[in-house]
Design a binder for this molecule. Sequence first.
Ligand code: CP
Length: 307
Amino acid sequence: MKLSSKDLLGIKELTKDEIILILNTASGFKDVLKRDIKKVPALRGKTAVNLFFEPSTRTRTSFELAEKRLSLDVLNLSVTTSSVVKGESLIDTALNVQALGSDFMVIRHSSSGAPHLISRHINASVINGGDGINEHPTQALLDAFTIKEKTGRIEGLKVAIVGDILHSRVAKSNIYLLTKFGAEVRLIGPPTLVPRELEKLGVRVFHDMDSGLDGVNVVMVLRIQMERQGRGFFPSTLEYSKNWGLTSERFFKADMDAIVMHPGPMNRGLEVASDVADGPRSVILEQVTNGLAVRMAVMYLLAGERE
Ligand code: CP
């Protein structure tokens, strides 16, 4: 089986079978990454360009390492020292990078739909590394991989996503993926950041932590995106952490085997207490480790589709 597109733009467009294929392929790459020699020649001779128009630690480094583990030639375009600052358009930038012979472009951009726009103009495989408030597909895939690894399943699980859902591309991609797999998704947060209309996505909305967390198997805490809070969505950070911060007392409401996830970067003491983030039920760093195998799988499968 192959993926049906040359690009990975979002989870919304993927079928359940395609997601299973990516997760199974990632499982094989995770075994490879445990060997002494972690590099495979699978994509030798091909080129990947990483275009990050927004800051990133995990996604950018993990794509770069995934590309190197697959023996790709890697180019990181530094946007701040590129001709983008002289006003070159997004499409012209992508066309010029393609003219150098790139097979893959990994793009993070503050505008929702930027990777989709680029994909319509270039032949290289475009991978969405996070676009505005729309989607962050590889994050949801690595989250699913981690959930499955830790609990053995996704179907039937109760998954709480806590925080700034409105501005979260991570939440959107996770909602699409988890509902495709039959998980019960609960969104928790203040009404300004978790509006009731989101229920049309097939999820349940809670504005109270204690009832939302009751008996859940997975708690996915999201970063409060201070850079997108211009309109004052909550009175103060103190108020937010008092009502919606995940503390160890609140975590007792979840199932006794529940796991805690966070896509990073974390605001410790705001959306999550350090003793929970660093505690025995936290899989936050395992998410990062799994991101490498998942991104290798995505690039490997997209290359197969292109051929
Ligand atoms: N999870 C995530 O996207 O982290 P970065 O912003 O550091 O890439």
